[in-house]
Design a protein around this ligand. Structure first.
Ligand code: MF3
Ligand code: CO
Ligand code: CO
Length: 263
């Protein structure tokens, strides 16, 4: 059976704008706290407090048994890193912070990379390439294009730097639900997949690795790492397809794109 896609009328995007903005503000807010010596558990507490203080609910708490308000994924962790008081950040680490807030029933899902102190030249190149990868995917978002166009554009950018895109995780439809159709793969064949139409709402969230694309899940059942322990990076936006293109709901109010972030 053909599965149904949810279309959210473009003139009703307001709830998505507000949820997306709160998610982005939460990532803005945490920026100065990301430094050597802080635990990822502490960052998670601060993120949860900020979301709740602004009327949001962390969507990850209780999601398939997950108990934290964020995913924090350092270095070779690809995604779904579980924040912990025992995980202390060290200078040279690169981390992804991924949060999803529910505001008035609407979901906003976004992630960014952060530098803990000064990154290596290679780590910096990975992080910057991953941002360019996400944006290349987003630039394909317009009516008439397909999800394959998005994936293809993303894989091209990563491959251009001899990096690999993760195939075991992907972007997803979102809106009144956390994870729905369509799947937005980080690779693809132009012109194939789901045709984009106004009102389609989804995330673009490429994970890019320096080495192999292959993944492993740790025994905690969540933490995804690169099989070869090479560095991995990710950025994520939630966006909607409009009549002429796209609208990103999770743009940073502070204008932050990729690190280092400064006011
Ligand atoms: N925010 C993640 C995503 O981009 C999902 C995290 S689910 C969790 O889809 F349970 F691991 F938190
Ligand atoms: Co997502
Ligand atoms: Co996310």
């Amino acid at each position: 059976m053909k599965q149904k896609l949810t279309i959210y009328p473009v003139n009703e995007f307001d709830g998505l704008r507000r949820a997306g903005r709160l998610a982005a503000e939460t990532l803005d807010y945490i920026t100065p706290f990301v430094k050597p010596g802080v635990s990822t558990g502490r960052l998670d507490q601060l993120l949860e407090e900020f979301m709740r203080d602004h009327g949001g609910i962390p969507a990850t708490i209780g999601y398939h048994g997950y108990t934290k308000a964020s995913c924090i994924s350092p270095n070779h962790v690809i995604c779904h890193g579980i924040p912990s008081e025992n995980k202390i950040l060290q200078t040279g680490d690169i981390i992804n912070i991924d949060i999803t807030v529910i505001l008035d029933g609407w979901f906003g899902d976004t992630s960014r990379m952060y530098y803990v102190g000064k990154p290596s030249v290679k780590a910096k190149r990975l992080v910057e390439t991953t941002y360019m990868t996400m944006m290349a995917g987003i630039e394909q978002c317009r009516p008439g294009n397909t999800t394959g166009d998005i994936g293809h554009a993303m894989q091209q950018v990563a491959a251009g730097e001899n990096f690999s895109v993760v195939m075991d995780f992907c972007g997803h439809g979102i809106g009144r639900v956390f994870h729905g159709l369509p799947n937005i793969l980080n690779y693809g064949v132009p012109g194939t997949g789901t045709k984009l139409v106004p009102g389609l709402v989804f995330t673009v969230e490429p994970m890019v690795n320096i080495g192999t694309h292959q993944t492993l899940i740790l025994s905690d059942g969540w933490t995804a790492i690169t099989k070869d322990r090479s560095l991995s990076a990710q950025f994520e936006h939630t966006l909607g397809i409009t009549e002429n293109g796209y609208e990103i709901f999770t743009l940073s109010p502070k204008g932050y794109t990729y690190p280092p972030y400064q006011d």
